[in-house]
Design a binder for this molecule. Structure first.
Ligand code: ADP
Length: 450
């Protein structure tokens, strides 16, 4: 099919990101927005815009009927969901297709399968992808949980089958703690996802989070674009991401990539996706697959020289990839800082008016942001306001460039996590690449004490 007009079912920096790819491809864009976003940058830049409801996301950015109506009245022929909101909602993808529009993403069946983390692990087990040891499926009773914990040994992690955003996840270090973890994880899962199914994994004490970016067309071609190291997390949420990982060799990447692309080919996967792994003692263990564009995709684009959103659109239009794995080359190193409108010490949200915004520039610097001077950050949505991404010939050059860019960047009027990022990049352990998923929590508490 020919895609001439894309409705972007999102807001903020990612809506702009998709708009930019469309513009360069000669594709028209339709922005949708809530009444809180009347003056937002994505609305200003899009070719057309439609107001789809009041500020609360469930009445606007999650309002499927309103979004589909906006697509119908503007004559859009495809919908890009971005990340978050409806991006991993299989019913939405189904509705989009039922209305004769292209959904720029995977098939509804694959979204559904990977959205259920137990089903996802099951599928990966069958496809021969290594997993974190744990329960074979959902845990029905506390007794069953206790039996499996005894088998795989404490500490263990109770996780929500419908999980996301680090919610519904509780560690138990002993049998005594298990009862509490079991109860709290289920309650949190029920509240956040309306589903209290949980499963168990061995809690790894010093892993890195390493994920692999893949892209597949509708003709059975699957390639990967290498790994991202997203170990710098707070409350299981990523703050800084790198491509490639400071600890992987090219041979490690090739081996993981070959296994994953083979598996996805067998699955018949389509469009972009990310397989997330924990890496410890040289071993990879799958934890989940995200069936959408990730926040941190720019670091991959910087080292591969590829526009992943354009690739997503081409694949959704039915075009074959047009290149093979051997054609994908990795050059240099990239790092992304997620800058949020939060207090850099307490992480309390800090919405409000941005008096002045100044983005850094220069060779190898990219800022994905919908900010402008005078913009009012609304309190209703995710606190991410800018992604500062740098590329360098080496990791050391990327770090020097990041320090320089962070020092140039100005967001005044609201509090942001810019100072926290400045501290992180100045730290010798970060500079040595010597960190696990637990490093940042300790770093933040040390910083607070001083
Ligand atoms: P979510 O979908 O809620 O983000 P994930 O399964 O992707 O949940 O896990 C988020 C983060 O939680 C991981 O990146 C990792 O830091 C931590 N985590 C998940 N599973 C484990 C585990 N088995 N052991 C240790 N840490 C884990």
């Amino acid at each position: 099919m020919n895609i001439r007009k894309v409705l972007i079912a999102n807001r903020g920096e990612i809506a702009l990101r998709v708009h930019r790819a469309c513009q360069e491809m000669g594709i028209q864009t339709v922005a949708v927005h809530s009444t809180a976003d009347n003056t937002a940058m994505h609305v200003r830049l899009a070719d057309e815009s439609v107001c789809i409801g009041p500020p609360p996301a469930r009445e606007s950015y999650l309002n499927m009927a309103a979004i589909l109506s906006a697509a119908a009245i503007t004559g859009a022929d495809a919908i890009h969901p971005g990340y978050g909101f409806l991006s991993e909602n299989a019913s939405f993808a189904e509705m989009v297709e039922a209305h004769g529009l292209a959904f720029i993403g995977p098939t509804p069946d694959h979204i559904r399968m990977m959205g259920d983390k137990i089903a996802a692990k099951d599928a990966m087990r069958r496809l021969g992808v290594p997993l974190v040891p744990g329960s074979p499926g959902a845990l029905e009773t506390l007794e069953e949980a206790k039996a499996i914990a005894d088998e795989i040994k404490y500490p263990v992690l109770i996780k929500a089958a419908a999980g996301g955003g680090g919610r519904g996840m509780k560690v138990a270090r002993s049998a005594d703690e298990l009862e509490e973890a079991w109860r709290v994880a289920r309650t949190e899962a029920k509240a956040a996802f309306g589903d209290d199914s949980v499963y168990m994994e061995k809690y790894l004490d010093r892993p890195r989070h390493i994920e692999l970016q893949v892209l597949a067309d509708a003709h059975g071609n699957v390639v990967h674009f290498g790994e991202r190291d997203c170990s710098l997390q707070r409350r299981h949420q990523k703050l800084v991401e790198e491509a490639g990982s400071p600890v992987l060799t090219a041979a490690d990447r090739d081996a993981l990539g070959a296994n994953v692309t083979r598996a996805l080919k067998e699955l018949g996967y389509r469009n972009a996706g990310t397989l997330e792994f924990l890496w410890q003692d040289g071993q990879f263990a799958f934890i989940e697959m995200n069936t959408r564009l990730q926040v941190e995709h720019p670091v991959t684009e910087m080292v591969c020289g590829v526009d992943l959103v354009k690739e997503q659109i081409r694949v959704a239009a039915g075009q074959p990839l047009g290149y093979r794995q051997e054609d994908i080359r990795f050059s240099g190193h990239a790092i992304e800082c997620r800058i949020t409108a939060e207090d850099p010490e307490t992480f309390a949200p800090s919405p409000g008016r941005v008096d002045m915004y100044h983005a850094p520039g220069g060779l190898g610097v990219r800022v994905d942001s919908a900010l402008y001077s005078g913009y009012v950050v609304p309190p209703h949505y995710d606190s991410l306001v800018a992604k500062l991404v740098v590329h360098g010939a080496t990791r050391a050059e990327a770090i020097a460039r990041l320090r320089r860019s962070l020092a140039e960047m100005v967001v005044s009027g609201i509090r942001t996590t810019l100072p926290l990022h400045q501290h992180i990049v100045a730290d010798p352990e970060f500079q040595a690449g010597d960190y696990t998923i637990h490093w940042l929590e300790r770093f933040v508490s040390r910083m607070r004490e001083n």
